[in-house]
Design a protein around this ligand. Structure first.
Ligand SMILES: Cc1cc2nc3c(=O)[nH]c(=O)nc-3n(C[C@H](O)[C@H](O)[C@H](O)COP(=O)(O)OP(=O)(O)OC[C@H]3O[C@@H](n4cnc5c(N)ncnc54)[C@H](O)[C@@H]3O)c2cc1C
Length: 367
C-alpha cells in the first residue's frame, strides 16, 4: 500500500488498537483524541471474552494485558437472592480460543497507549467535522487534509455524522450504573456472577483481582434519563454481597444504553471502526472484542490490498456478518431478560449453558 496520510479520530480501544496494527505493518498513522492525556479511560471494568483476548494477542499486547488482568474461569447466573440458575466453565466452552479475562478500563487503555508510539497520539484535539474531500476541521479552528480518515470516535461519532449520515443511535430501554469496589480477597467473590431480579434488573460482579470488584447494575426504563433519587435503592431487595458493594456505588458511572443502526462503514477515503460503526447492548460484552477484531482486520486488509477503496470494502465485507450475528444475539438475550421471572429462571436452569454456547459459536472462528 502507498504511504497514505491516515488520521484515526479517537484514542479509545478501537483507535489505539488500529494504530498499533498499522504501525506494526509499517503504515504511518496519526491519532487525535479530544480528551486530555490523563483523562482517558473511566474507572470501570471490562470483561474480555476469549475472542477479545485472542485479538489482543494478535496485536502483540496479550502478555502485557494478561499481567494486569484477572482470569475468568466460570460464569454464574443466580436469582436476586443468590440462588443458582446456571453455571458454566467459560474456558471449557471457548476451548482453544483461549482464556477470558477481566481488566480495569484504565489498565487496558494504558497497555494499548504504551504500545503505540507516543508521538502518534495528539490529545486535547477534537475533530468537529470532516469534509467529503478528507479535509478535517479541529476545535481550535485549524484544518488538515488526509487520504484516509478513520472514525474510531465512539457511538456519537463526529466522522459518522459528517460523512455517513444514517440513523442516530437508538435507545435500548436500559439504564446502567458501573463502579469498581474494594473487596477483601476472602469475600468469596470470584469470576463473573450475574444476579437477575425481576423487571430486567441485573447486578453483575466481575473480580478484577487484588481486592477489586467491577460492579455493573442495570434496569429497564422507557426514558434515557436517570430516575430521581439514589439509584441504589432500586437494588435494595438483592442479597449476598450486593448491599455491601452498593455502599461504594454512590459515584457510579451512569449510562443510557444505545444501539447504532448504521450499516454502512466505508466510503472512499473514510471508514468507521468499533462503536462508531456498530455500538450495541453490552449483554454479551462483545463491544471491546468487535472493536479489537475490527482493528486487526482493517490493518491487515490495508496492508495487503494496494487499492484503498477496495481494502475498505473488503474490511466491511469481512466484518459485517460477524457483527450482525452479535447484534442479533444481543437482541435475543435482551428479550429473554424480560420473560416472566419463573419462565426465565426455568429456561436458564434447563438450557443456560446450551444457550451460551449457541450465542458464541461463530465467534470461535478467526475474524
Ligand atoms: C455500560 C457498558 C458496558 C460495557 N461493557 C463491556 C465489557 O464488559 N466488555 C467489552 O468488551 N465491551 C463492553 N462495552 C463496550 C465497549 O465499551 C465499547 O464497545 C468499546 O469501548 C468501543 O471502543 P471504541 O474505541 O470504538 O469507542 P470509545 O471507547 O467510545 O472511544 C472513542 C474515543 O474517541 C474519542 N472521541 C470522540 N469524539 C471525538 C472527536 N470528535 N474528536 C476526537 N476524539 C473523539 C473519545 O474521547 C474516546 O476516547 C460496554 C459498553 C457499555 C456502554
Amino acid at each position: 500500500m502507498n504511504k497514505l496520510r491516515t488520521l484515526i479520530v479517537g484514542a479509545g480501544i478501537s483507535g489505539l488498537a488500529l494504530a498499533k496494527g498499522l504501525l506494526d505493518r509499517d503504515l504511518p498513522v496519526h491519532v487525535v483524541e479530544r480528551r486530555a492525556e490523563d483523562g482517558g479511560a473511566s474507572g470501570t471494568g471490562l470483561y474480555l471474552p476469549a475472542n477479545a483476548v485472542r485479538a489482543l494477542r494478535g496485536l502483540g499486547v496479550g502478555d502485557e494485558v494478561a499481567k494486569r488482568a484477572q482470569p475468568v474461569a466460570r460464569q454464574r447466573l443466580q436469582d436476586h437472592r443468590g440462588r443458582p440458575l446456571a453455571e458454566f466453565e467459560v474456558e471449557r466452552i471457548w476451548g482453544t480460543v483461549g482464556p477470558c479475562l477481566a481488566i480495569s478500563r484504565g489498565d487496558l487503555h494504558e497497555v494499548l497507549h504504551t504500545a503505540v508510539d507516543e508521538a502518534v497520539v495528539r490529545h486535547d484535539t477534537a475533530v468537529t467535522a470532516v469534509a467529503d474531500d478528507g479535509t478535517v476541521s479541529f476545535a481550535d479552528g485549524s484544518t488538515s487534509a488526509y487520504d484516509l480518515v478513520v472514525g474510531a470516535d465512539g457511538i456519537n461519532s463526529t466522522v459518522r455524522r459528517s460523512l455517513f449520515g444514517g440513523p442516530e443511535p437508538r435507545f435500548l430501554g436500559q439504564l446502567c450504573w458501573r463502579f469498581i469496589a474494594d473487596d477483601t480477597e476472602t469475600s468469596g467473590i470470584s469470576d463473573w456472577t450475574a444476579r437477575l431480579g425481576d423487571k430486567g434488573r441485573t447486578f453483575l460482579t466481575v473480580s478484577l483481582g487484588t481486592g477489586r470488584v467491577y460492579c455493573y447494575a442495570d434496569i429497564n426504563s422507557s426514558v434515557p434519563t436517570a430516575p430521581a433519587g439514589d439509584w441504589r435503592t432500586l437494588f435494595a431487595d438483592f442479597g449476598g454481597p450486593v448491599p455491601r458493594l452498593l455502599e461504594q456505588g454512590a459515584d457510579a458511572y451512569f449510562a443510557a444504553l444505545h444501539e447504532s443502526e448504521n450499516t454502512v462503514w466505508m466510503r472512499p477515503g473514510a471508514v468507521l471502526v468499533g462503536d462508531a460503526a456498530h455500538a450495541f447492548s453490552p449483554s454479551m460484552a462483545q463491544g471491546g472484542a468487535m472493536a479489537l477484531e475490527d482493528a486487526l482486520v482493517l490493518a491487515d486488509t490495508l496492508a495487503k490490498e494496494p487499492d484503498v477503496t477496495r481494502a475498505l470494502a473488503a474490511f466491511q465485507a469481512r466484518r459485517a456478518d460477524r457483527v450482525a450475528w452479535v447484534v442479533a444475539q444481543n437482541h435475543r438475550r435482551d428479550k429473554a431478560r424480560n420473560l416472566p421471572t419463573p419462565l426465565r429462571n426455568f429456561t436458564l436452569r434447563r438450557a443456560g449453558e446450551r444457550l451460551f454456547k449457541a450465542n458464541h459459536a461463530p465467534l470461535h472462528d478467526l475474524p
